[in-house]
Design a protein around this ligand. Structure first.
Ligand SMILES: [Zn+2]
Length: 185
């Protein structure tokens, strides 16, 4: 007979697993300014795609133009070149369409990624951390999410246990440290 006491237990829950996959992917990123990752999960808990931020295929990681920081000059701005983790996770998906899926992302999605998330039919966003100095961008993303019915939740708010576990994993992977509340990586 089976009781709760002798029922076999998993070591981690689903949220830990999917954010853990996003964090492991982020450790592959060569962008030392911000290593981000994302995993996309079907309603029945299958991983559909994984991605991290990086240059498009074929672009040489050793070319400094791709990593330069002059936002006044789009040719010399990394923002013109680096593909965000959420977009790569969508483009890397093994199964399409992504309707009703959930994306676990290490950082609050920027407006461009929010557009891709909406257009791909993803219904839920779970993010680990949010850059406070991106408040206006985040507001724009939230406005689009609200209009299209995409639920966007902070893991810290809805599953503090999984959040703490993910924060510890980020520390173990030696990603930039996360402090509570003010998460800027
Ligand atoms: Zn983005």
């Amino acid at each position: 007979m089976s009781t709760d006491a002798n029922r076999p237990k998993a070591l981690i829950g689903w949220h830990e697993m999917f954010m853990g996959v996003a964090l492991l992917a982020s450790a592959r990123s060569k962008d030392h300014r911000a290593r981000n990752g994302a995993s996309i999960v079907s309603p029945d808990q299958r991983i559909l795609g994984v991605g991290y931020n990086g240059l498009p295929r074929g672009c040489d990681d050793g070319d400094p133009v791709y990593w330069s920081d002059n936002d006044e000059d789009p040719f010399h701005s990394r923002h013109s070149y680096v593909v965000h983790a959420e977009i790569n996770a969508i483009l890397n998906c093994v199964v399409h369409p992504l309707r009703e899926a959930t994306i676990y992302t290490t950082q609050f999605p920027c407006p461009r990624c929010a557009q891709a998330i909406i257009q791909a039919g993803i219904r839920n966003v779970v993010y680990l951390r949010e850059k406070k100095h991106h408040a206006a961008e985040n507001q724009a993303a939230l406005k689009m999410f609200a209009a299209s019915g995409v639920k966007c939740e902070s893991m810290e708010a809805f599953d503090p246990g999984a959040y703490g576990w993910s924060r510890d994993l980020a520390g173990a992977l030696q990603l930039a440290p996360m402090s509570r509340g003010e998460n800027d990586v």
